[in-house]
Write a protein that binds this ligand. Structure first.
Ligand code: NAD
Length: 493
């Protein structure tokens, strides 16, 4: 079979990698390579950053008024909406999350571009009432320059939108390094938005490995900021590399999020919330509710309901509307999940359901892990502390509210937390004390462009979403003007 050969997208045109090297990219469901992606290196990073710098400093992009820029960003949203099915199919071919999930996700991406387009002409400066006699002072919000955006494989275009929409709205330009497992959608997206009129060099895409072109991009002195989503080790490497030039970074990292169920909850609703909170996307979600904290007094009954629902989950072809979970997206990820189940057993956990590799019902070669519920877990076990990023739920009993809070917060991570209770006073007490960037009450995984999202502790740095975070893509300048004919001697501070 001839493999489709993709190229980087630099300065408004496709470009082969300087190295002349390529990496195979495969469909995890059929376990066959369908294409070749560029194995880019520092030379490609250099070309992309140079194009983005030119586009930032000269040409049509900086000449656009904020209102014109807003219209352009709005058009990007419309372009995605017009190509949602095509883009969702490309995502599914690479990451094998279900088509129904990815289509739903891609259809929501325009909201991000439309929301931030609306902010492009509202980055107001300020004239300050200064106490310096005879002086005027005003404050400007200026774009940073070239933003490097590094994204993971689980929700490629959505996580790109969380960065690109506010960055463009603030007047920056971008170089994107998508995951080596899901490169195709970003390349097609770049082509589509150029056809929609985005000036050359404003959005560039270089593909390849994190340790190669990703690291080169992060370390590039022409990059003004790095916006990263991925695992902790990649995030840490990015943070360290960015420190050399004191570049600001935003890091959206992993999680070990608790779903906390109290006896007074609507337990049927809670069971469905807990099961879809972990097993949606096959657990390949940063906010997967991978720890179930359940009150001891309802533990057995609630667990029985969770197991019953878990066993009903349908694995199979991600393109089929009947499928709830597709295969694991990559071989290393599959090995990691099985390894986690292994060390959980060794640590004393019991497999209540799942815990094994299962075959595709249609007989295909994809790598499937049966949705797994582990009981007998205590929060100090490795399985309760490390991110699996797969369909594995650890069940931990608690005694009372204080115990639940202690266990929930006893984690290096702090991305999300679910709370299932009808007690409104408890909701507010716990929402204030949970160390998590998002707290969901009687719901889970609700996100929106209007609301900030991000992590406490090792789950990250900075926020994406909401109006305030656009400031993270600007720098502030204070301008002083002497309105008199006098100059104070020595300019005392
Ligand atoms: P990953 O860290 O392996 O890779 C993410 C991206 O970083 C890829 O593009 C990769 O090539 C690049 N990269 C890796 N090392 C790098 C380096 N040293 N320098 C520069 N770039 C580098 O993560 P993944 O396996 O693709 O994604 C899964 C992880 O992402 C999970 O931990 C998950 O929780 C996290 N995630 C977080 C969020 C969030 O918003 N908090 C959302 C989705 C996924």
């Amino acid at each position: 079979m001839t493999l489709e050969k993709l190229e980087n997208f630099i300065d408004g045109a496709y470009a082969a990698p300087h190295s002349g090297q390529w990496l195979e990219t495969e469909n995890p469901y059929t376990a066959t390579a369908w294409g070749l992606i560029p194995r880019s290196d520092a030379a490609d990073a250099e070309a992309a950053v140079a194009a983005a710098q030119r586009a930032f400093a000269t040409g049509p992009w900086p000449a656009l008024s904020p209102t014109q820029r807003a219209a352009m960003i709005h058009r990007i949203g419309d372009t995605i909406a017009a190509h949602a099915e095509e883009l969702a199919r490309i995502e599914v071919r690479d990451n094998c999350k279900t088509y129904k999930e990815m289509l739903n996700q891609v259809k929501r991406i325009p909201d991000w571009y439309h929301f931030y387009a609306g902010l492009a002409d509202k980055l107001n400066g300020q004239v300050l009432p200064t106490d310096r006699p005879g002086h005027m002072n005003y404050v400007r919000h200026e774009p940073l320059g070239v933003i490097a955006m590094i994204t993971p494989w689980n929700s490629p275009l959505m996580l790109l939108a969380w960065k690109l929409a506010p960055a463009l709205a603030a007047g920056n330009t971008a170089v994107v390094k998508p995951s080596e497992f899901t490169t195709a959608s970003a390349l097609r997206f770049a082509e589509l938005v150029y056809q929609a009129g985005l000036p050359s060099g404003v959005l560039n895409v270089v593909s390849g490995l994190g340790a190669e072109v990703g690291a080169a991009l992060t370390a590039h002195p022409g990059v003004a900021k790095v916006a990263f989503t991925g695992g902790v080790s990649g995030g840490r490497a990015v943070y360290q590399a960015a420190a050399r030039d004191l570049k600001p970074v935003s890091l959206e990292l992993g999680g070990k999020s608790p779903n906390i169920v109290f006896p007074d909850a609507d337990l049927e609703l809670a069971a469905r919330g807990v099961v879809s909170g972990i097993f949606g996307s096959g657990g390949q979600s940063c906010v997967a509710g991978s720890r179930l904290l359940v009150a001891s007094e309802i533990h057995d009954n609630f667990l029985a309901r969770v197991i019953e629902l878990t066993r009903k989950i349908r694995l199979g072809d991600p393109m089929s509307p009947e499928t709830d979970i597709g295969p694991v997206a990559t071989r290393p990820q599959f090995d990691h999940i099985m390894n986690c189940i292994g060390f959980a057993r060794e640590g004393g956990a019991t497999v209540a359901t799942g815990g094994v590799q299962v075959a595709d019902p249609a007989g295909g070669p994809g790598l499937f892990v049966a949705p797994t519920v582990l009981t007998g877990v205590t929060n100090d076990m490795r399985i309760a502390q490390e991110e699996v990023f797969g369909p594995v739920l650890s069940v931990i009993p608690f005694e009372d509210e204080a115990d639940a809070l202690r266990i929930a917060n006893d984690s290096d991570f702090g991305l999300g937390a679910g709370l299932w209770t009808r007690d409104v006073a408890r909701v507010h007490r716990m929402a204030a004390r949970l160390q998590a960037g998002s707290v969901w009450v009687n719901t889970y995984k609700a996100t929106s462009q209007i609301s900030p999202f991000g992590g406490y502790k090792m789950s990250g740095l900075g926020r994406e979403g909401g109006t305030e975070m656009i400031a993270d893509y600007t720098r502030v300048k204070s301008v002083w003007i002497n309105l008199t004919d006098e100059v104070p001697y020595g300019f005392p501070l």
